[in-house]
Write a protein that binds this ligand. Structure first.
Ligand code: DNO
Length: 392
């Protein structure tokens, strides 16, 4: 498995020189300052490839080549947007970057209600609390229909939270919910989010799936032509939020996507944390079932509560047996090696991490502290090494 590390480019407080000390060899990054929908030019890609190489790494995965909201909404004339997307793909392939992680979540990316929930042994973690998310939807966004999306108990608790909340609590909740949007983009305020939700009205699960199928039909042939690997990142949390359908949340969804346009180029990012937040998802079983299509892995763990809340556990703790998941990935690598695939190694990265020790002073991207991720990477690397040697 290829040990990799997510780097936000020059926006990142953690330098490539520091990342070298983690022992990672792959860099997972994106060109965060190019607006969605524009072409990633060959020159800009080449400069990033060079920068990463100079520091002793390979840019092994793009995360993400973002999909314009208009494509997700199937909104208007999309030819130019698809052309641009394909052009970016060709430019990446021309510079030797072949694996692309992307998501099909409408509007928001990963969503949490708390970015610094204290952990018993010290430090803090990211948390999604159902009652706070419900309060945000029902009372801050005035979306009464959200009451149908949460249990009556959670709705009651949401009201209690809202009634006791101060302006500062509400601001912090908004900021936390917005934190998952990558890069340096503007976050929505409440009014902005309400406006952004309007064009999604009437887009249900089937409509979003139809738009997703169209996207795959447009881009997978180009990916095949250039030997590229696309791997969709699951929804986080794996449930509808803000009245927006989320269609990459469980085994059936993944099966639908991989069958919509069957191709080795149409694959999955196995994110054990995102999928792990849905009690119906059995991660080792998913890893085994979709093994051949896993082009990238995000390894992370969550601990779930009965009411749909969850928080991020240390990488080897939490509800998912990470050792068994890693064993499945290693089994798949062995299969790829046996059939003579040169690219048999699956790139993986420690996803998120607790904020530990000095992390609190460093102002890194939420969820992406240095020490917390380093701990996760070291622990997982131990698991990978031990299982690999045992299999020899
Ligand atoms: C969270 C990440 C996601 C992921 C995108 C891929 O930390 O795993 O933000 O990068 O969803 O498009």
């Amino acid at each position: 498995m290829l040990d990799s590390w997510r780097w936000y480019g020059d926006l990142d407080k953690i330098t490539l020189g520091e990342i070298a000390q983690t022992g990672a060899s792959g860099i997972v990054t994106s060109l965060h300052d190019i607006p969605y929908g524009e072409v990633w030019s060959r020159d800009v890609i080449a400069a990033r490839v060079e920068q990463v190489q100079q520091a002793g790494f390979v840019w092994n995965v793009v995360e993400s080549l973002p999909i314009h909201e208009k494509i997700k909404r199937g909104d208007g004339e999309l030819t130019q947007l698809f052309d641009n997307y394909r052009q970016s793909m060709r430019n990446l392939a021309a510079q030797g970057v072949y694996t692309i992680c992307y998501n099909f979540m409408p509007l928001l990316d990963w969503t949490r209600t708390d970015l610094a929930e204290p952990v018993k042994t010290g430090g803090s973690c990211l948390r999604f609390e159902s009652r706070k998310m419900a309060a945000f939807e029902i009372y801050l966004l005035d979306r009464e229909a959200a009451m149908d999306d949460y249990s009556s108990e959670v709705c009651q608790q949401a009201k209690v939270w809202f009634d006791h909340s101060t302006t500062a609590d509400r601001d912090l909740l908004l900021q936390s919910i917005m934190a998952g949007l990558p890069g340096a983009y503007d976050r929505f305020d409440i009014e902005g989010l309400k406006q952004a939700l309007i064009p999604y009205q009437g887009i249900d699960r089937d409509a979003l799936r139809a738009n997703y199928r169209r996207f795959l039909e447009e881009i997978i042939p180009t990916a095949e032509e250039h030997g590229m690997r696309f791997c969709v990142h699951p929804d986080d949390p794996p449930r509808d939020i803000l009245g927006l359908p989320r269609i990459v949340s469980n085994a059936d969804d993944i099966d639908w996507i991989l069958s919509a346009v069957p191709s080795v180029a149409n694959g999955l990012t196995l994110c054990t944390g995102s999928l792990g937040a849905n009690p119906a998802n059995d991660l080792p079983a998913l890893a085994a079932r979709f093994a051949e299509k896993i082009h990238f892995a995000h390894l992370r763990n969550v601990r779930k509560d009965e009411d749909g809340s969850f928080e991020e556990a240390a990488h080897l703790e939490g509800d998912t047996d990470m050792v068994v998941v890693v064993a499945e990935l290693l089994k798949e690598e062995a299969r790829r090696r046996d059939v003579g695939r040169e690219d048999h190694s699956i790139p993986w990265r420690p996803d998120h991490g607790h904020e530990l020790l000095n992390d609190v002073y460093s102002g890194t991207h939420p969820g992406y502290p240095l020490i917390g991720r380093l701990r996760g990477m070291a622990e997982l690397r131990g698991v990978i090494r031990a299982l690999s040697q045992a299999n020899r």
